[in-house]
Design a protein around this ligand. Structure first.
Ligand code: C5P
Length: 398
């Protein structure tokens, strides 16, 4: 399914454009959201109002609309999606794509995007068979554009042959294949994230400053590579990842149970900042100030170490277990010691001293430690760290 996936649907100007409205429905049925873009010619066949109403999203129409440019520039629009689908892809749009023209919004988006592109060609049989279209098709295939269809059949113009746009259901499932076809396709990966809250009484708890941002970014990066992700999170401030199963927990004990319930998995990434201790016997009622001025005393018990528990499982140990080491001093030495002590496969080490601004911030500065390598990555956004880590995970789980 495509829950949380975003599709930029470029509707070209052909009679088959009416089918693109049904295509919007097909994508939505699979859980994806659709942002429609209409070429000028497409507006002769479908109205922006109907495309926008069906999609439940703003429709983009013209490159030189200054309001849209101010709201969302064409570069951003072309990259906010997970996949760009062109349906119908007319002979004219295919020619523009093959030659790198950027003369209107649609062709500019297609030039600017860094996401996969799929086209569903639709045109008269003679246009499809024309030498120029054949050349363009080869160029587009060579450029890595995914081609869906066309079908053979009767056409609106009365002729018969190749050139009819593929059926919307077929385009939607071909698009799903493209989206879910990363190197981690078929792999189930568990990610823990966020802080845990260990209760003192019904209104107070012990927590830490983890925002959950790095864990969410890792889950998103793994999903983008096609993994099936189960995201087990404490009460985090960061946005939840999109397109995975989310299990919300409060305490370390609950997190361990949720992890055990999720096994077996191919990989497990323990990015949560789990509290090391819990209050031995949390009070069932709010602890009151006492008149004599006696201060309450809290006694602590050690929480289960989820990473160590899973790393040392005899049965159901995932093929790859990755831990994090958030340290404030001797980062690499401490992280290496942690790798050996907990028996995980990799440790992602980072310095969380307050002056780094990493805990709760948007950037991270990490070193990936494996039994054979120490990879020191430069400081970068948490999203970029997640993408680099996901790429390493994909190599390891190949
Ligand atoms: O020992 P320390 O808390 O520094 O270890 C950090 C790593 O261990 C992280 O990957 C964290 O998610 C994991 N951990 C855990 N369960 C705990 C404590 C830490 O899974 N109780």
């Amino acid at each position: 399914m495509l829950h949380g996936r975003k599709i930029l649907l470029i509707i070209g100007g052909g009679i088959a454009a009416y089918k693109s409205l049904e295509l919007i429905r097909c994508f939505q049925k699979r859980g994806a959201s659709v942002v429609p873009v209409l070429t000028k010619a497409a507006e002769e066949f479908v109205t922006p109002l109907s495309a926008g109403a069906l999609a439940g999203n703003k429709v983009y129409r013209d490159l030189f609309n200054l309001t849209d440019e101010a709201e969302m520039g064409h570069i951003e629009l072309s990259r906010a999606a997970d996949l760009v689908v062109v349906a119908p892809a007319t002979a004219d749009l295919m020619a523009k794509m093959a030659h790198g023209l950027a003369t209107d919004l649609a062709s500019t988006l297609l030039m600017a995007t860094d996401k996969p592109v799929m086209i569903a060609p639709a045109m008269n049989v003679k246009m499809w068979e024309h030498a120029a279209t054949k050349r363009n098709l080869e160029t587009l295939k060579h450029d890595g554009i995914h081609i869906c269809g066309p079908d053979e059949g009767g056409m609106a113009c009365g002729e018969f042959g190749m050139g009819r746009m593929a059926e919307p259901e077929f385009i939607a499932s071909a698009a799903s294949d493209v989206l879910l076809n990363g190197p981690l396709k078929g792999k189930h990966i568990l990610v823990t994230s966020g802080p845990t809250h260990e209760p003192i009484d019904p209104v107070r708890y012990i927590a830490n400053r983890s925002s959950g941002a790095q864990g969410s970014a890792i889950a998103n990066a793994l999903i983008a590579l096609g993994a099936r992700v189960t995201f087990i999170t404490g009460p985090a401030r960061a946005d939840m990842p999109i397109g995975c199963v989310i299990e919300r927990v409060q305490t370390a004990g609950e997190m361990l149970k949720a992890v055990e319930k999720t096994l077996p998995v191919d990989g497990a990434i323990f990015a949560a900042a789990v509290a090391d201790w819990r209050v031995t016997s949390a009070s069932d009622s709010k602890i009151k100030k006492n008149k004599s001025g006696d201060l309450p005393t809290l006694s602590f018990a050690e929480n289960p170490d989820i990473l160590a528990t899973v790393s040392q499982m005899k049965k159901q140990r995932p093929k790859l277990v990755v831990g994090f080491a958030a340290e404030t001093n001797d980062v690499i030495d401490n992280a290496k010691a942690k790798l050996a002590r907990k028996k995980c496969d990799w440790i992602v080490a980072n310095d969380v001293s307050p002056e780094t601004g990493i805990m709760g911030g948007a950037e991270n500065d990490v070193t990936l430690i494996t039994p054979t390598d120490t990879l020191d990555w430069p400081r970068m956004s948490k999203d970029a760290v997640a993408q680099k880590l996901a790429a390493e995970i994909a190599k390891a789980l190949k």
